[in-house]
Design a protein around this ligand. Sequence first.
Ligand SMILES: [Zn+2]
Length: 397
Amino acid sequence: MRYTSPMHRLLLHNAQVLTPLTAWPIGWVLTEGRRIRLMGQGIPPVFGAGYVSQAIDARGLTLAPGFIDVHVHGAVGHEVMDADPAGLRAMARFFAQHGVTAFLPTTWTATGGAILNALRVVAECLGPTADGATILGAHIEGPYLNVSKCGAQDPRLIRPADPAEAQPILDTGLVRLLALAPEVVGNGWLIDACVQRGITVSAAHTAATYDDMVVAVARGLRQTTHTFNAMTPLGHREPGVVGAALALPDLTCELIADNIHVHPAAMRVLVQAKGVERVILISDAIRGAGMPDGEYEIDTRVVHVRDGAVRLPDGTLAGSILTLDQALRNVMAATGLALDQAWPMASLNAARAIGVAASKGSLEIGKDADLVLLDGDLSVRLTIAEGRVVYAAEGEP
Ligand SMILES: [Zn+2]
């Protein structure tokens, strides 16, 4: 079932409920169709016979907003750039197993034609997925980057933004987030064009100075892509992009919390500087996520997945095999924050960053019923996307 019948009602009760203001030790949530209809503390009222379609006793579990991954390239053998609808849906199902209820398929450095091809498939799969996470639109990462900070983005195809190529990408109406290097002459117009259309702009693969970042933020740039990775580091005389990320309150910071891309102490620095409301956990996952160690393709090259890391033959990190439930575990371990404080980093902040917080990202009456039930180890027991159960762990209803 891809869309929920408008009168389908799920009652989740006896759970700890993470609301935007506080955690209710015991509470309940009633969904109706795709939305949260009612919620409350304690024991739910006795609804009339047949009113509730399914009641789920969540004793001992925590009900959190479904996770939102705004930066993910692939999983389970597939990648957004494959431009394969079946692959995109397989990714959506895998993410739901890890608590993700919505995501932005993320392209990377390629020809304009290849990016448009991938976007055509995103358009085809846009919205809810059967037994999977909802596709909210697209994230364009590259090719408008700085070749000196290419990381695993193909340096041969990195180039300044040519309006003839970039306008049609924006014209698809699918782009919610676009990552570029703001210091590259020729990319400035694209910041303006995105801001004008309500597309969030993030600084990525960038050699910008602190001053470059101040100018970009004044122009409307609001995010930093995989903060610390592929950007100018913090120096005490030249604070660089990392310094701007930490110091400028307008910037929200993506973080790959896999303990490989970023040391746990640096994660802690970031959360302490930004507060939990300005950090977005992302996976930046690639084809090898959810797959055994081995060799996988990225564009025309090969990467090796070993011991949780994805690397090009020269050792450069090339995305991750992280999942957002694990990212949340890692950032909690790094910061000492409890789940009732840390959860916005996995959902609400991402929703705000891409302009969907009116309907997603937190447990509130009237918002989409995007829910995840977690046990004490943050293992995902049940995932509900827009009112439909899209994943149930063994033994769950
Ligand atoms: Zn990247």
